[in-house]
Design a protein around this ligand. Sequence first.
Ligand SMILES: [Zn+2]
Length: 119
Amino acid sequence: MTTPRGKLVLPDVYCRYAVSEGPLGRNGTLFTRQGKLMIRNAAHARDPRPVDDDCTCYACTRFSRGALRHLVMAGEMLGAQLATLHNLHFYLELMRRIRAGLADGTFPEGAAATAGAWA
Ligand SMILES: [Zn+2]
């Protein structure tokens, strides 16, 4: 959103996730358009899907949820690195979508949908 002075003001939910995405990735919390995904949950142990079907990051294009969960649970540094890589990629894509939404006037609707999924 823009203010009368032309500055971008992000809803609180974006700011909270922006500063916490790296540490959360190391703990196995991943962000997707559908909301947070806790990769440590047993439900992902044999899941062949990527973390986020719409994500083009290195982790999502090369590793399944099951493989990523195994790496995180085993304490392998690669698991934390892939999780952080995904979260940073997600954050950059989110900012790109916000900029595009501001440019074409669809930002408030898209922001509300994303914030609702993360609640
Ligand atoms: Zn990804």
